[in-house]
Design a protein around this ligand. Sequence first.
Ligand code: ATP
Ligand code: MG
Length: 283
Amino acid sequence: MHKIKEGTRMQSKIEFKTVSFVYPNQVKALNQLSFKIEAGKKIALIGKNGSGKSTIAKLIDGLLSATSGKILIDEIELNETTIADLRQKIGIVFQNPEDQIIGATVEEDVAFGLENRNLQFKLMKKRVNQALQDVGMLEYANINPNLLSGGQKQKVSLARSLALQPSILILDEATSMLDPIAKSEIKHIISSLQRKNKLTVIYITHDMEMLENVDQVLALDHGDLVFNGKPEKLYHETDILAQLAIKPPFTEQIKQLFKEHGYNPPVEYLDDRGLSEWITKLF
Ligand SMILES: Nc1ncnc2c1ncn2[C@@H]1O[C@H](COP(=O)(O)OP(=O)(O)OP(=O)(O)O)[C@@H](O)[C@H]1O
Ligand SMILES: [Mg+2]
């Protein structure tokens, strides 16, 4: 394994080469998927229930291994020999915070993943504190995690992943059970960490708002990759949107209305403010 100095951050890229996955009960979950995720980018992985999103997350984390095809992380093929090292680069947060709490205190919970990393106590403590600080939960370090709200628990789950200093962070519907405020807090925490630590972030989501701030969208339908590109481009692919049963974001719907009335709204994605500025200029 490459020796990584404490505190230095690696950036990681991922490549799938014609990857298929069939569950033992013969359910074909993924069909010959090929795509690249560049280091340090934010990706949204979307698709209806059962389209194969979580299966991709589990393949990247080596919880499952591909039936055929190759998965490369930083150009190293994921297989039985490389899995232990490659897994260290990956952090995953799942949907339900209740299922993820293990420790008796928040601090212990965050330290849990570090226990088999052979770190000195002082260093472990430092990592735990930093991770809790990053998610804004340091003041809760000595509290029983069961007393926390759903959003706070999910921040602790996030801290547990961050303490491992991953270069790839996968959020499998990690905010879908949270209220809008907690959702937006976690979104901001991740965005700022992503910039600070150059993380490669994969958001698995049903929440189209998430598409606003990603670099690349991968869309799955029944295990097939039906879109791979920038979110702005997806908004123009009406057939694919219909296939995925998603509506473009509100601002894109408004732009479409303007177009239908003979106006020429900018092609690039506009958020609420951008759109209202464009409309103000127009009139
Ligand atoms: N452990 C399993 N054994 C057998 N089939 C499974 C298993 N887990 C998932 N599947 C099947 O594989 C396909 C893909 O499932 P997956 O969980 O990857 O979908 P998903 O896109 O994450 O869905 P959701 O949005 O509901 O989380 C589905 O048809 C599902 O029923
Ligand atoms: Mg899933």
